[in-house]
Design a protein around this ligand. Structure first.
Ligand code: ATP
Ligand code: PRP
Ligand code: MG
Length: 281
């Protein structure tokens, strides 16, 4: 059985669980269930703290897991990113009292509080900055007001938490993070792992793409295919109406209205867009 780690709490938990449900894995009945055995899929799901997931996978006790890219780098565990999952996007950034700092270099000799000490120490040493890292468990934004640190390094999504305590980001973003599927570095391929990757890839594609159908005059088909090339070329079928064909093609969800405008301009009609429920490409 494939052993898969899933975040049991926090910002990634709900999105990870709905993605796995969509991929056909058995969901847990309630939040107190820590292990789910899904016989049909040949998979055991372990519900763990997102921060611990890279550690388990790195040790090889679990085959794969879902966590954040920031946590994966922070752990320093020997794991690799298999694919990004399109949820849990955030940026890891430096922040300080508004107007007090401009670049990471300003931190030389100062104290920076974070709950991602591995990630921050790596960044500071790459930047050649000698600052003291104060490791805290969470709510690090308060550390400045309480005099424990001169700056913080933390996850920023909307920026609301920072604004609420009068802090402001400075310097370059340290890392763009999102939810990722991970596995142990250089672990051998197994059939269970291939199936997991294909299933999750299918969900990511089904969310990223829509199905587009339209009718167009035969002489405009090359232009139409230029606008909607599809994954492996669109399906073109004859229409009962003389001189017309029907086209069926996958299109990126983002920007699909613009594609419809372009198709309309070259004479396409009956343009329909539908969601893809599931797919395997
Ligand atoms: N507000 C947010 N928006 C989007 N992603 C976030 C947000 N906060 C955290 N994340 C991401 O979610 C992942 C896990 O963070 P989370 O906050 O759930 O864990 P934690 O801080 O260790 O746990 P807890 O907050 O329960 O102490 C990280 O990859 C992080 O980048
Ligand atoms: O930019 P924002 O949208 O405000 O989101 C960022 C906040 O979200 C996370 O906190 P979380 O709720 O996980 O609490 P924690 O600090 O205890 O981990 C993160 O640590 C920031 O504090
Ligand atoms: Mg948190």
């Amino acid at each position: 059985m494939l052993r898969l780690a899933v975040p049991n709490k926090g910002a990634l938990s709900d999105a990870a669980q709905s993605m796995l449900k969509e991929a056909g894995y058995r969901p847990r009945r309630d939040s107190k269930e820590l292990v789910v055995v899904d016989q049909e899929s040949g998979c055991e799901l372990f519900f763990l703290r997102p921060r611990d997931i890279a550690v388990y996978v790195g040790e090889g006790t679990l085959d794969a897991g879902i966590t954040g890219r920031d946590m994966l780098i922070d752990s320093g565990a020997p794991v690799e990113e298999v694919m990004s999952l399109g949820f849990g996007a955030s940026t890891f950034r430096l922040a300080a009292k508004a107007g007090t700092m401009r670049s990471v270099k300003d931190l030389d000799g100062l104290r920076v509080a974070t709950s991602y000490s591995g990630l921050l120490e790596k960044y500071l040493s790459e930047q050649g900055v000698d600052a003291r890292v104060i490791k805290l468990d969470g709510a690090v934004e308060t550390a400045i007001r309480l005099g424990v640190a001169d700056a913080v390094a933390d996850v920023v999504e909307t920026g609301t938490t920072l604004r609420n305590v009068g802090l402001e980001v400075f310097g370059e973003p340290i890392l763009k993070s999102e939810g990722v599927l991970i596995r142990q570095q250089s672990a051998p391929d197994t059939p269970g792992m291939d199936q997991l990757v294909r299933r999750i890839q299918g969900v990511v594609h089904a969310r990223d793409f829509v199905m587009m159908d339209y009718d167009i005059r035969v002489e405009r088909i090359d232009e139409a295919i230029g606008i909607t090339p599809g994954m492996e070329g669109p399906t073109v079928s004859p229409l009962h109406r003389e001189g017309w064909v029907a086209v069926r093609v996958m299109v990126r969800r983002k920007g699909h209205q613009h594609v419809m405008d372009q198709l309309w301009e070259i004479g396409a009609r009956a343009i329909l867009v539908t969601d893809i429920y599931a797919c395997r490409l």
